[in-house]
Design a protein around this ligand. Structure first.
Ligand SMILES: [Cu+2]
Length: 143
């Protein structure tokens, strides 16, 4: 675990250095939000899902994934917006316990645009979600 943390820290530092020189950072968020996405088990053809399956976030927001059952899930970004550099955050840890959370901070790693992610154990049965990162300013609807 600590080795992973070290890795993440190292790559984060590298990315910060990169983004500082590469792109002129946009102004920070006006109102940071925490956007909750639950990892649920449900009846029907697709038994596992991210709920909601589509969220819109702005820089500074946090997307909080919450394990809603006792089924093993993770969050693996399979498509990133052009210019995004998620690094180690592209693949989150496995969540196994109800109530367990995994926070993804929408910081400089996230360029504006569309991201798609899956849960690796359940990608084959359609457990996937979409994250859209927008610039600050006009607050698009999150619930
Ligand atoms: Cu899953």
């Amino acid at each position: 675990m600590s080795r992973l943390k070290l890795l993440m820290t190292t790559s984060l530092v590298a990315m910060l250095a990169l983004s500082a020189s590469a792109n002129g950072q946009k102004a920070g968020p006006l109102h940071p939000h925490t956007i909750v996405v639950k990892l649920v088990t449900k009846a029907g053809a697709i038994p596992f899902a991210f709920e909601p399956a589509l969220v819109v976030a702005h820089r500074g927001d946090t997307v909080r994934f919450i394990e809603d059952a006792g089924v093993m899930h993770n969050v693996h970004f399979t498509k990133q917006a052009p210019g995004a550099k998620l690094g180690a955050a592209a693949m989150g840890p496995y969540l196994t316990t109800k109530g367990q959370t995994y926070d993804v901070v929408i910081d400089g790693r996230f360029a504006e645009g569309k991201y798609e992610y899956v849960c690796d154990p359940h990608a084959a049965v359609g457990m996937k979600g979409t994250l859209v990162v927008e610039s600050g300013g006009a607050a698009a609807g999150n619930k």
